[in-house]
Design a protein around this ligand. Structure first.
Ligand code: PGA
Length: 247
């Protein structure tokens, strides 16, 4: 079964609105000149969503948020629920990123509620999973990742979800999982999905994806795309990754 690849840029807490707008415009122009063979998604900071939406208006590049609150609305000071993200033009949202898990104390139960809230609101959640170095060295990587997948996908319509495997030790460190290690974990994740959706769900790899390693990673049969942090912040480093993603 052929799954169209997805390349998503996670800007994290980088790029002010005008910087994000300029990047979005430049990517857009490049993809008009030579269309991508993959779906392209940009996830700026909340406060830059509006500017990026304007820059992408009418293009095929989709907008994502980096997090979502699990309630739809109400007295939750500082939180942003799915209806507000849809209102801001998002079609995707990242949930359970390891930085949310590690720095903000999110647990599987929170990730599950957020993914469900995203779908309830009409968004496609990008459910992030990944083991720490300690867990990998203890031989527990697969067990940890599969339990995160099970919790994160609970109750979801698997037709409207992306999974991102991001080993924590590879994020922002310059260390990447080898294409073989990534493929092995992606195959394990895929194998854990219900038979009806096993071949359909797109599983992205994330963690120090760069122009020079993207083709090898994306060339693996179960690697359906990339979730890119640092290298998504500049057209020169992001565009080659988009170009590396082909059917
Ligand atoms: P990185 O981040 O590409 O900078 O390693 C990936 C991510 O955290 O999504």
């Amino acid at each position: 079964m052929s799954r169209r690849p997805v390349v998503a840029g996670n800007f994290k807490m980088n790029l002010l609105a005008e910087e994000a707008r300029a990047l979005a415009s430049s990517l857009r122009a490049a993809l008009v000149a030579e269309p991508a063979s993959c779906d392209v998604v940009l996830a700026p900071v909340y406060t830059s969503l509006h500017a990026v939406r304007e820059a992408l208006e009418g293009s095929s590049i989709a907008l994502a948020a980096q997090d979502v609150h699990f309630e739809d609305g109400g007295a939750f000071t500082g939180a942003v629920g799915a209806p507000f993200l849809v209102d801001a033009g998002c079609t995707y949202v990242i949930v359970g990123h390891s930085e949310r898990r590690q720095l903000f104390g999110e647990r599987d139960a929170d990730v599950q509620k957020k993914a469900q809230a995203a779908q309830r609101g009409g968004l496609v959640p990008i459910v992030c999973v990944g083991e720490t170095l300690e867990e990998r060295e203890a031989g527990r990587a697969e067990e940890v990742v599969l339990s995160q997948v099970k919790a994160g996908l609970e109750g979801l319509d698997l037709d409207r979800v992306l999974v991102a495997y991001e080993p924590v030790w590879a994020i922002g460190t310059g260390r990447t999982a080898s294409p073989d290690d990534a493929q092995a974990m992606h195959a394990a994740i895929r194998g854990s999905l219900s038979a009806a959706f096993r071949d359909k769900v797109r599983i992205l790899y994330g963690g120090s994806v760069k122009a020079d390693n993207a083709a090898a990673l994306l060339g693996r049969p179960d690697v359906d795309g990339a979730l890119v942090g640092g290298a998504s912040l500049k057209t020169e480093s992001f565009l080659p990754i988009i170009r590396a993603a082909k059917h």
